[in-house]
Ligand binder design. Structure first.
Ligand code: NI
Length: 167
């Protein structure tokens, strides 16, 4: 319904903890749709979380299907309300970026396989197993719900953070 502007670090909203959704009503569906529209409009984003558009509620969207890292292993567009990781295993380090941290990328280690439970836009409970880049993207977006950025996950700001090349 609308492409929203993204809050940029160090906006204090990005450090807040988001509240769980009690009922998936039309206000929640509207947030989901704005997140999808905002992700698609960026042309390169593989996920957005509600706090990044200034809404402190536990909603994220992820879609790695158009990324070369995720195109062979994904669930398509995921719209996740109250996502919870119920199992995780393995470790994978990847270079991450974030629409809220436009000038940097960083190396972050996360679980390589996850089982995640969430409600979809109809309020129906779903459980999926994700791995590789999709699992990393889901964990990155879920961190936003707890006020965490990838900057909080890099082991060293000196050696694991990279300035993006300016165009
Ligand atoms: Ni992000």
């Amino acid at each position: 319904m609308a492409v929203r502007s993204i809050l940029i670090y160090p906006d204090p909203i990005l450090k807040q903890i988001s509240a769980p959704i009690e009922v998936v009503d039309e206000s929640v569906v509207a947030v989901i749709q704005d997140l999808v529209d905002t992700m698609m409009a960026s042309g390169h984003s593989v996920g957005v979380a509600a706090p990044q558009i200034g809404i402190l509620r536990r909603i994220v969207v992820v879609d790695v299907s158009k990324s070369k890292l995720g195109k062979d292993n994904n669930h398509g567009l995921l719209e996740m309300v109250n996502p919870e990781i119920v199992e995780k295993s393995g470790n994978k380090m990847m270079r991450e970026g974030c629409m809220s941290v436009p000038d940097y990328t960083g190396n972050v280690t996360r679980a390589e396989h996850i089982v995640v439970e969430f409600a979809d836009r109809k309020g129906q409970s779903r459980v999926i197993e994700a791995s590789g880049f999709e699992a990393v993207a889901i964990q990155h977006e879920m961190d936003h719900l707890d006020g965490l950025l990838f900057l909080d996950r890099v082991s060293s700001l000196k050696t694991d953070l990279y300035r993006r090349k300016t165009k």
